[in-house]
Design a protein around this ligand. Structure first.
Ligand code: C5P
Length: 292
């Protein structure tokens, strides 16, 4: 084992579209989603450690270590691969927590990629994805080095898409969170027994920003906006400011806008009820960097 540490950016995701399908036997709903990664990400350093196992987290309160997805990913990796040493993970949170941007899931994906790069016998991508699936629906995509993908089921079936040209993105995070469980319950209550069929989106339909824009919606937008009208106001405001796509990401509460040219953050912040951050979509996911 030569390199003893790896640095990796856990780029967050936005859901360019999210369709929630029927509830399956296990109680969870199938989904169909178009994922895109954004430049904003948490920063992780994973060190091979001879003695202990540790996670050191800065930048945001993310709760107990045992529930942290970066930690759980490292334990799952160690169990599955017989990782011979300890590890020390340093995590600097930059992605808003609990906003539908997949920050925790991206941390898990980044830890899996970093440990795979440091391991004496790197596991195959298939093995990594198996671990990723066990950690949550967003983790498989956030373990890939692909900037865009279509995903189905519980996020385990994916079609990698050719990246679209980079576009500026505004993220608007209101000062309330939306629990995923609540969002599913609100959606189920609004639908009754009905559930949509998959759209059968394909790589051609998703081959340009222009062809993608009219196709994709987020099924959580209406039920979440009914409880939190600020969401609909932010989406309208982003459209008025020139966004070509403005949507809730995941089950929220962060809303993103994709712009043809960089918007002015201060102007958006004056108009919209939430914290504004500017970032961009990615054409390439930053590779793991081996250090020391
Ligand atoms: O994935 P997470 O544990 O955050 O999900 C919280 C709740 O949201 C689940 O207990 C379930 O009720 C609902 N859910 C669902 N279908 C999914 C994901 C979550 O019904 N695909």
């Amino acid at each position: 084992m030569s390199a003893r540490a790896a640095r990796v950016t856990a780029h967050a995701k936005i859901n360019l579209g999210l369709r929630i399908l029927a509830r399956e036997a296990g109680g969870y709903h199938g989904l169909e989603t178009v994922f895109a990664r954004i430049a904003l990400g948490d920063l992780l350093t994973v060190r091979v450690d001879t003695t202990g196992r540790s996670l050191d987290c800065a930048g945001a309160d993310v709760g107990p270590t045992e529930r942290n997805l970066a930690w759980r990913a490292a334990l799952a990796f160690a169990d599955a691969t017989g990782w011979p040493r300890g590890f020390a993970i340093e995590l600097r949170k930059c992605v808003p927590v609990g906003g539908g941007l997949g920050g925790g899931s991206a941390d898990a994906g980044a830890v899996l990629r970093a440990l795979a790069a440091l391991a004496p016998h790197a596991p195959s991508e298939e093995e990594l994805l198996r671990l990723a699936i066990s950690l949550g629906s967003d983790v498989p995509f956030l373990t890939l080095a692909s900037p865009m993908a279509l995903a189905w089921g519980r996020g385990e079936r994916m079609l990698r898409l050719s990246p679209l040209p980079e576009r500026p993105v505004a993220l608007v995070s209101p000062d309330f969170a939306v629990s995923t469980a609540d969002a599913y319950a609100w959606l189920a209550a609004s639908r009754g027994a009905w559930a949509p069929q998959p759209l059968a989106l394909d790589a051609d339909a998703l081959g340009s920003w222009e062809s993608l824009a009219p196709l994709v919606t987020n099924d959580f937008e209406v039920p979440v906006s009914l409880r939190h009208p600020e969401i609909a106001r932010i989406i309208d405001g982003l459209h008025r400011a020139g966004a070509s796509i403005a949507r809730l990401s995941g089950s929220g509460s962060t809303v993103f806008g994709i712009f043809p040219a960089p918007p002015v953050a201060e102007a958006l912040a004056r108009e919209l009820p939430g914290r504004v951050m500017l970032t961009r979509t990615l054409e390439r996911v930053t590779p793991v960097e081996l250090v020391e």
